[in-house]
Write a protein that binds this ligand. Sequence first.
Ligand code: F6P
Length: 328
Amino acid sequence: MSSKINKIAVLTSGGDSPGMNAAIRSVVRTCAYMKVECIAIYRGYQGMIEGDFKVMDARSVNNIINKGGTILKSARCDDFRTPEGRKKAHDELLKAGIDAFVVIGGDGSFTGAMVFNKEYNFPVIGIPGTIDNDIFGTTFTLGFDTALNTVVECIDKIRDTASSHNRLFFVEVMGRDVGHIALNAGVGAGAEEILIPEENLGLDRLLESLKRSKESGKSSSIVIVAEGDKSGKNVFELKEYVEEHLPIYDVRVSVLGHMQRGGAPSCYDRVLASRMGVKAVEALLAGKTSLMVGIQDNKLTLTPINKAIKGHTKIDKELIRVSEIMTT
Ligand code: F6P
């Protein structure tokens, strides 16, 4: 253990995701176990700039493993993008005697951490927390599994009513830049079509596929649309387009929205968060920095934060094929 790290801070930053509380709990308890002081930073980098800190002990994180959201609050902070903002943050960290921090968040949060680390040589380790699963260097981000379960549960319910009325539903799910939620939940819920940013198959193909579905005797159809899909039309425009070109369909739209980010984390996310928190603290105490904890082949890994940000996650082609076969 490096003698330099005596006080570790933890913060959550960017869009929240289920499992963040479990990760906070893990960082705090690992610090207690290792006899290192732990400080919570509230409201992400904004709280770092303002010195919004609180001393944590093992009991400060009782009964939060099962809670969605983040007890530390989260924020997207423009001030931290400026050298002045980062200087203030550094001053506050020094004033509080903090030697290192663990940031739980997505690529925006990691970019901030990386810049800060370069400027001040300040030890930092990232834990990937986002429902989008769009971070390179980890097969799963915290919250992805829970969000998938939420989405599948919603689509199952939509299927009930869609089938009762022989309707077609366009269901919009989150995924600003990537289609991991759409593809996985689509396969899990038996969607007829899945529109994702990574593959634009065109509107003609969508019409053909919907026509085939109807002809094959399906009583309902669900088309999952990732927020960032590249068809050039949002879900409401897609509804109009299909109604115009395929009047055989009675179409409805459902936008799942931020409910996908809430709720109690799944067991998988709780376990993953617990493992990642331990690994993050251990890495800092071993003198490591500017790395992100990930999980690959069910083993915890450390990836340079700059790679995690710049590397692109790939959509699972095999899953696309499975989805195509399943919609026969
Ligand atoms: O957390 C990522 C994400 O879920 C994206 O898929 C979505 O576009 C975004 O958050 C919306 O977040 P907010 O409303 O907080 O800006």
